[in-house]
Design a protein around this ligand. Structure first.
Ligand code: HEM
Length: 156
């Protein structure tokens, strides 16, 4: 299995804690979080709407469940790798390109900000940016290779 980095933990213990707590804080808001996330994404990049062919309530649930699963294992990337690699390869089939990962990252942060309000401070923003970049680079590396990862890094 290919890895963009050999580091087991790309987040500090404190950052893992912040990411976990803030995600858990969305709590019962999970369905709402998915809805807000896709509203933000399509407002930011309307052309991405065309990639989604299925029911969006269902998709929102799948996305937030998957995110929750990733967040619960974010302290241990080797454990997550096979799952992220498979997810990334399925995303190739959905027509997802490297530059789309940037837009999804922005929508994710906007969603957190909208739901968390004043609790979404610089620390939370930085921890989530780092977490998402790590996830995105891992997925991109496993679907677009080294060049794709470099493209993402240069625009991040
Ligand atoms: C952290 C990154 C991401 C996560 C965790 C994630 C998660 C998911 C999940 C769980 C699904 C359900 C289907 C499956 O498991 O294969 C899915 C489908 C999909 N995702 Fe993602 N995704 C991510 C990034 C992206 C990006 C960057 C795009 C680009 C716009 C995207 C577009 C799509 C599309 C088009 C589908 C299929 C929807 C359909 O069938 O209607 N995803 N994603």
């Amino acid at each position: 299995m290919e890895r963009p980095t050999n580091k087991k933990n790309f987040l500090t213990v404190g950052e893992v804690d912040i990411v976990r707590r803030s995600f858990l804080n969305l709590g019962n808001e999970n369905a709402h979080a998915g809805e807000v996330f896709y509203r933000q994404l399509f407002a930011l990049q309307p052309e991405l709407r065309g990639l989604f062919v299925g029911d969006m309530d269902n998709q929102s649930e799948k996305m937030t469940n998957m995110l929750g699963m990733i967040v619960s294992q974010i302290h241990n990337m080797p454990e997550l790798l096979p799952m992220l690699s498979d997810l990334a390869k399925r995303h190739l089939v959905y027509g997802v390109r490297v530059e789309h990962y940037q837009h999804v990252g922005h929508a994710l942060l906007s969603m957190m900000k909208e739901i968390m309000g004043h609790q979404f401070n610089t620390e939370v923003a930085e921890a989530w940016t780092k977490a998402y970049d790590g996830i995105a680079i891992t997925m991109i590396y496993n679907s677009f290779g080294q060049e794709g990862a470099a493209q993402y890094r240069s625009s991040a």
